[in-house]
Structure formats: C-alpha cells, structure tokens
Design a protein around this ligand. Structure first.
Ligand code: JB2
Length: 215
C-alpha cells in the first residue's frame, strides 16, 4: 500500500522524463508525492518516487483517500485522455508552479496545468487545463493557451498570441504578437512564427511555413 500519510498526498501519472521534472516541481510546491503509475509497472524510482504499478492502481489509491493526481505525460493527446480519466475517477488535478516560475496575479492557469522552472506567464493570459509551459518559456500579455497544449522549453510568445488545444510549440521557438496558432499543431524547434497557423499541421522554419498536415 502506498504511504498516503503526511501533507497533501498526490499520485503522479507517468514515470518518464517529464514526470521527473514534474515531481520536483510538486515537491517545491509542498506536495507529498506518494509515487507514480506507469504503463511499465516494473518497480523502480522516478526522481526518488516509487513506481507503484499501472493505472489500474488508481481506483484503489482513490479509495485509500488519495484525492489529488497529476498527469505527467508529455504526449498532448495522451495527457488529455488520461487527465479526463482522472477527473472521471474523482481525482482533483491541481495547477502547479515550479521553482522560479512567474505567474501574473491577473493570469489564470487551468486544472492539471504546470509552469515548469523559470516559466513566465504575464498579465491577463489564460493557460488551459493540462497545459505545459515548459522550463524558461514565456507567454506575454493577453495570451490564450489551449487545453493540453505544450509550450516547449525556452520558447517565447509575444503579446496576444493564442495557441490551440493539444498544440506543441517546440523548444526555442518565437511567435510575434497577435498570431493565432490552431488546434493539434506542431511548430518545430527553433521556428519563428510570423503568420497564423491553421489546425492540424506541422510548421517549422524561419519564417515558419506549413510543411504537412497531421490527422
Ligand atoms: O497511459 C499511460 C501511459 N502511456 C505512456 N499511463 C501511464 N501511467 N504511463 C504511461 N506511459 C509512460 O509514460 C511510459 O511507459 C513512459 O514511462 C512514460 C513516458 O516517458 P518518456 O520519457 O518517453 O516521455 P515523457 O512524456 O515523460 O517526456 C516527454 O515529454 C516531455 C515534455 C519527453 O519528450 C521529454 O523530453 C519532454 N521534456
């Protein structure tokens, strides 16, 4: 049985690279990480937290009184699906702010979303549920980041940029003001986005161009 005593107990879904960083952010924010579930249930540690088993354990953990969970899966569609499954099971999904992350008091951050270390979210920006604002990424004023979107490490979004649901802006990309990026988009690493991007495409380069559609 997991040790659910002491502090605010939380279970983490996933035990990969993303989960390692998430676990440190959760501890920084005062959570008691009781362990992880993973598709590979082999007993091991993830950032010092035990892998407890597969997701079939979650119902038992909920029954033992664990009220909170965090979905730490980097794949946007999977994170959205598993996040919904956690809500259906009655878990609460906290929004988390890692060390050195800056969140404007007028900005909002949805359930199960995370600001990774050093991320900045400025005035009146809205971060959707289950979104990732990764390390040192910045979202300037009046931005709208969709559900289960991911703004990659070091990316910089200027003011009034919107990013759709499940879209991924990869590492070190830049987006000029007032650009609209659709749902289910991938913007390749290091891109410079100076025109709107439609739904369901891969775009990259400087300036970023659409290269193909995704289903
Ligand atoms: O449905 C699932 C499931 N699907 C995959 N439930 C649970 N509980 N676990 C699942 N997994 C597990 O997620 C895999 O077995 C694996 O252990 C883990 C994914 O690990 P990986 O290191 O491949 O990816 P990640 O999602 O942790 O991190 C990616 O995304 C991050 C944002 C990487 O690209 C990182 O570099 C990136 N920073």
């Amino acid at each position: 049985m997991a040790d659910v005593g002491g502090g605010r107990a939380i279970v983490v879904i996933g035990a990969g690279g993303h989960a390692k960083v998430v676990i440190e952010c959760l501890r920084f924010a005062g959570w008691n990480v009781i362990g992880c579930t993973d598709a590979d249930p082999t007993p091991r540690q993830c950032a010092g937290a035990p892998v407890l088993g597969g997701d079939e354990m979650l119902a038992d953990l909920r029954g033992q009184g664990v009220e909170h969970a965090f979905c730490a899966l980097g794949a946007n569609r999977v994170r959205e699906r598993v996040g919904q499954m956690l809500l259906d099971q009655g878990f609460a999904l906290p929004a988390v702010r890692g060390p050195g992350a800056n969140l404007s008091p007028s900005a909002s951050i949805g359930a199960g979303a995370i600001l990774m270390p050093g991320a900045t979210v400025n005035v009146e920006t809205r971060i959707g549920a289950l979104a990732i604002i990764n390390s040192n990424a910045s979202v300037d004023h009046d931005g709208v980041i969709g559900r289960a979107a991911h703004i990659g490490p070091g990316s910089a979004l200027a003011g009034e940029v919107s990013v759709g649901d499940r879209s991924f802006i990869a590492t070190g990309s830049s987006v000029i003001p007032r650009i609209r990026i659709g749902d289910d988009v991938v913007v390749g690493a290091g891109s410079v986005v100076i025109r709107d991007v439609p739904d369901c495409v891969v775009a990259f380069g400087n300036p970023a161009r659409v290269h193909r559609s995704v289903s």
